[in-house]
Write a protein that binds this ligand. Sequence first.
Ligand code: 13P
Length: 250
Amino acid sequence: MRTKLIAGNWKMNPSLAKGRELAREVVERTRGLGCEVVVIPPVPLVQAIGEIVVGTHVGLGAQNLHPERSGAYTGEAAGSMWVELGARYVLCGHSERRQLFGETSRFVGAKVAAARRDGLVPILCVGETLDEREAGVTEAVVTEQLVAGLADVGAADADGIVIAYEPVWAIGTGKNATPEQAQAVHRFVRGWLGQHLGADAAERIRILYGGSVKASNAKELLGQPDIDGALVGGASLEAAGFAAIAAASA
Ligand code: 13P
């Protein structure tokens, strides 16, 4: 049985003061829901938010990491630095990183491997654009992202990795994938995991859905057999709504 994971990707929001308030409220409102809850603040807030959530039931994540352990990489952060701040998760290959910052699938794979090496759980993000969906190549796109993203991952890593299916056309658009559309890709991803890592690993790896998840559509999405949680953007910036999504996973 896979424990549902509800993660809030705050992206480049909010201010430090608002972030602290949001984190405190998330801790208060998501107690005892039976799912795992994680907040993923922007870089300058990770330490302050960690001081609020680490030691509670709410976990901490980072939005990115560099594959190297240390060195001359201005503006970057190493996985070990996130671990020192109490983080347990790190996003790898979010579509905004791929599209806006030119991250290739191969580079994303190096990040996933580094996250494992550094003791973090990578959340590997995959998903197609609208053009790709309309061209009927969703599965091919997702496969390429899985092949490169998990190049250094084996069956023994099953409990230490998470996949997030985030169709690019559903991110920040208010237009979520239907539960059927999402479930079809999640089932495909689990099938791919089964072929490459074995049936046991595939059954254990959590596959999150992301893209315009909100309180009103969470129950139906999270009710699908292969949807093991949500990666929430906009709706994670408001504690009551985010808690309602977490409650919908029960
Ligand atoms: P939205 O929930 O704002 O669509 O963002 C999804 C996302 O990109 C989470 O990583």
